[in-house]
Design a protein around this ligand. Sequence first.
Ligand SMILES: NC(=O)c1ccc[n+]([C@@H]2O[C@H](COP(=O)([O-])OP(=O)(O)OC[C@H]3O[C@@H](n4cnc5c(N)ncnc54)[C@H](OP(=O)(O)O)[C@@H]3O)[C@@H](O)[C@H]2O)c1
Length: 419
Amino acid sequence: MDVDKQPLRIGLIGFGCVGQGFYDIIQQQPELGLAVTRIAVKSPSKPRTLPAERFSFHADELLDDPALDLLIEVIDDPAEAFRLVSAALRQGRRVVTANKAMLARHLPELVQLQAEFGGTLLYEAAVCGSIPIIRTLDGYFSHEPLHAVSGIFNGSSNYVLTRMTEEGSDYGPALAEAQAKGFAETDPSLDMGAFDPRSKAVILAAHAYGVFLNPDEVLNLGIEGIGAVDIAHAAVQGRKVKVVAGLYRLANGRVTALVTPQFVGPESPLYAVEQEFNGVVIEAKYADTQFLRGRGAGGHPTGSAVLADVLAIQRGFRYGYAKQAAAPEAQLTADLEVDAYVRHADAGVLREALTWLELPAKALQTDAHGAFATGPVAVQQLWAWRKELRTAGIFVARVGEVRPVAVLAPGVTKAAVLA
Ligand SMILES: NC(=O)c1ccc[n+]([C@@H]2O[C@H](COP(=O)([O-])OP(=O)(O)OC[C@H]3O[C@@H](n4cnc5c(N)ncnc54)[C@H](OP(=O)(O)O)[C@@H]3O)[C@@H](O)[C@H]2O)c1
């Protein structure tokens, strides 16, 4: 470091897994010239790894401190994170955040605040931890049309699926193991219900296609209803069950997004993404297919992404959102279908679900583990019945890509096609 150069003074809001990970990394690299001069946390009574006088319990004090060159927001409360980040951007500040749930809900507003007040907001850590996917899409692929961006964006559910595949175990024991090892939260619903990867898909849509999606309108189906039998069913076909978050350019030029379990074969790079790892496949018009794999969570991997953002901000980097100017329309549920696999231990429950999904009763097959069915299902029906499917514990997986609903010849019914 240039001896005359002042260190960059950082205000760190949140000193949990990510905050401490970042702090630890920059302690190991003093030559970077970064100084965490103030830290805000929530609880005054918690034991800390640094002296008590280093901490403030009011994040607003950091917002009000003009001596700070940059703020890092890494708290676990999306509503409070939005209040802090939007207030900082209104001051024209430079901000780094990792809060995907907050970003997915408020990205258009935050981008607007950035433009209006001249601040900068970067958030590489919010999607797939250490994988530099946002910078890659926003910068390298800023002007290249993309056919698809898809991947495994949630390490906790991928860990559970990997353990089930390796051990032949059921969902409950695999989840308990993931929780014991710290790969899954005590309340696992955000991860296992695929809400977390949905937030990440929404963030990537802004950079891959210039499209700002409402997360509530994106279909997300999770793995809470999965059993060992479903893993075995996929394995017989030489495939694995993965939770795949996908953004796809449709033939009509529009963009769709959905997150569901999917039967994935060895032809996909995602087949080999195991344990708590994440992976992203970019299918570009000219560059063709690229694949990034890495750690999607954890103090050091996520702290590494925060550090990359801090240094990028110092160099004056901002996201370009280049595709926003000519963003395609989104088509999230209407007129789309997938080949689906649905299963439940109780044939009666599944029979009712087939009516929700407009699959004919004759599609139902029974075996020693209950009942299952396969067939084309409209994304609109999955969307309309998503809560009932989750409540009933019905496992649903895509077995192929999303496509426009097949137009049947006059007088031909779906049941006849399935016959
Ligand atoms: N963990 C990961 O691997 C990972 C990966 C990617 C993204 N993220 C995102 O990064 C963010 C932080 O995650 P984390 O795992 O580091 O969370 P965490 O371990 O639960 O730590 C959260 C920290 O935020 C502090 N905090 C909460 N509310 C606050 C408030 N109002 N004012 C000041 N500080 C407050 C907490 O204070 P106390 O210490 O007093 O409780 C704690 O230090 C989340 O948005 C998460 O989604 C996490």
